[in-house]
Structures are given as C-alpha cells and as structure tokens.
Write a protein that binds this ligand. Structure first.
Ligand code: MN
Length: 327
C-alpha cells in the first residue's frame, strides 16, 4: 500500500499538548494493538501521550505490551487532542471524552470524519497496518519488538490469523516486517488462542445449544442470553468471536450472534459473511456499521422474539437485494 503522504504525521510532529489515544468499548486485538503501538511510538517521540478505554483490558489481550498503562475512561481529564483508533467515530468510545480536537485512524467503511488529519483507509487489512505505515513514513528506526508485537496482534486478529479475505500479499509482507522487528507469531497465537478459561468453555456449550439455521441453511445464528454469564461465571468479553461458530457451518452465507445487554436495554448483534453477502449493509440499516464480512449494531427490542425478527428481516432483505440463493 503506497501512500503519497500522511497529513496526520505533520500534525503530530508539531503537536505540543496532551494527547489521548482511545479505543472503542469492548476492545478487540486490532483496537488495543493499534492504540498501544501508537502510544509506545509517540512516547518514544517525546509526546505527552496517554491511552484510554471505557472497559478494562480483557484477559485475552493482557499480554499486549504495556496494556497495564491503559487508563479507564471517563477519567474526568481534558486533553488537547484525542485519537480514536479502529472505530467509526468517537461515539464508539461508549463514554464521555473531553478533547479539544478529534482525530480518527480507522479502516472501517463510512463513519464520522473530523478533519484532514484523520487517517482512514477501508482497504487496509487492519487499523494496525495503518499504524505501521504511519511509523514507517515518520521514523522506522523507532520500531522495536514491543511495538511490532502490538501491530502484529492487531493484524493477526483482524485477518483471523491470516485466513480471512483481507489476507493478501501486503498482509504477509507486513507480517514479515513485523517478525523481522521481533514479533513472535507463535507467542501471539498462544496468547490469543490457548489461554481459555473453563467458564468460557461452559459458555460456548450453552451458546451452541442455541445454534439455529434459517433460510434453508443460508443463515445461522446464535443467542447469548444474559443469564448464560451468571450461570457459567463467564465474562462479557468471553462472547467475543463466538459468531465464528455459526459462520463455520457448511452452506451458511450469513452468520449472526444476538447478545442480550439488559444493562443498556438493547440487543447487540454481530454479523459475519463468507463470500458474497455484504453484511455492512444489514448493520447500517439497523443503525450500526462495519465491513463487508464483519459488522455489528445495537437494536432496541422489548423481547427476544422482536429482536430476532428485526435481524432476520434485514438479512432476508439483503439476500434478496443481492439475489443470493442456494446454488
Ligand atoms: Mn480493525
């Protein structure tokens, strides 16, 4: 991915104030990996920089270097500038953020635009790859093993460990560079995939019991009821990625996970697709957003049946619009 120039670099070079880097709520590997990589790099550049998140760092991400330095938001402080990474806008922080200037670094389609200092590229495989490009264009000599590990964690997460359709020549070139700088692929894999808790396994067992096929097997969904967390002792962050189970079924083109969030009075929905269906369109019609193959939204509904009906209605609409049927 060749770029002419990144205006954000010129802004940051001149910038003298306090800077808050933040992720969306319920951070994933790309969100936290990107935030920490940028934080560590800007600290090396002598900036007055902080990193914050509404949620505590989940167990599966606690190996990310210096993630214990993440500030829990809201912290009541005022910052001269804020950079939100891997999110379609500051509303995704899920909490109040007091910053004089807003900047967004992201690879999602659409979303909020703040100024020419935003650094957005929907073609990037991960936000972490944009952080790499920023460092490369500014001062690659500041790259080190810790920063490379943060970026690698983001890239690996968003490509499904180099399996999803955003995996291409560039993805591997970038991975090669990161390994050269000290990222350890086996270590990152083990940290993400071989540290599960028994309570998460019990949660998966309950969730798989809800697995249901719709539209003659073109669509598959799971439901994560709030009581499952109480019954198993699993944490909310343990629900991350479970939507990949319905997606893994043969013949399924659209998968979804419906997650009950009584504290917010909503149902959170994650959508995944395999080849053709553009699930970003489904999420957008329900007030959310995302990518062609991965998207999400929150919907208000007075019952589970109503939430499920809203989801299935929009999925059917998209299948019809794209004329998707069994081959
Ligand atoms: Mn991402």
């Amino acid at each position: 991915m060749k770029r002419e120039s990144i205006p954000l670099i010129d802004f940051l070079k001149e910038f003298k104030g306090s800077l808050l880097i933040l992720t969306h709520e319920n951070p994933d590997g790309d969100a936290l990996g990107s935030a920490m990589a940028l934080y560590l790099f800007l600290k090396k550049k002598g900036k007055d920089v902080y990193v914050g998140c509404k949620d505590e760092v989940p167990h599966f991400l606690d190996f990310i270097p210096h993630s214990d330095e993440v500030i829990k938001l809201p912290d009541g402080r005022f910052y001269d500038a804020g950079i939100i990474v891997d999110a379609s806008g500051f509303y995704r922080a899920g909490t109040e953020v007091k910053v004089a200037k807003r900047i967004r670094i992201d690879h999602h389609v659409g979303g909020d635009f703040y100024s020419r200092h935003d650094y957005i590229d929907p073609k990037a495989p991960a936000t972490a790859s944009l952080i790499y490009e920023l460092i490369k264009a500014w001062d690659i000599s500041a790259m080190d093993k810790e920063i490379a590990t943060c970026i690698y964690a983001g890239l690996a997460t968003d490509t499904g460990f180099f399996k999803y359709s955003n995996t291409n020549e560039y993805t591997f070139e970038l991975a090669r560079e990161l390994v050269r700088y000290g990222a350890d692929p086996n270590y990152v894999y083990r940290m993400f995939s071989e540290r599960e808790s028994l309570s998460k396994m019990k949660l998966i067992s309950k969730v798989l019991d809800t697995l249901t096929l719709y539209e003659d097997g073109l669509v598959a969904g799971i439901t994560i009821f709030d009581r499952f967390f109480k019954e198993t002792g699993a944490k909310y962050s343990d629900s991350e990625g479970l939507v990949n189970y319905p997606r893994s079924l043969e013949g399924v083109e659209v998968a979804f996970a419906l997650i009950e969030k009584p504290d917010e009075g909503v149902w959170k929905v994650s959508f995944r697709s395999k080849v053709e269906v553009d699930v970003s369109k489904i999420a957008e019609r329900l007030g959310g957003g995302g990518h062609k193959y991965a998207s999400g939204c929150k919907i208000k509904a007075s019952s589970y049946e109503e939430a499920l009906d809203k989801v299935l209605t929009e999925i059917r609409k998209q299948l019809q619009l794209q004329k998707i049927a069994h081959r």
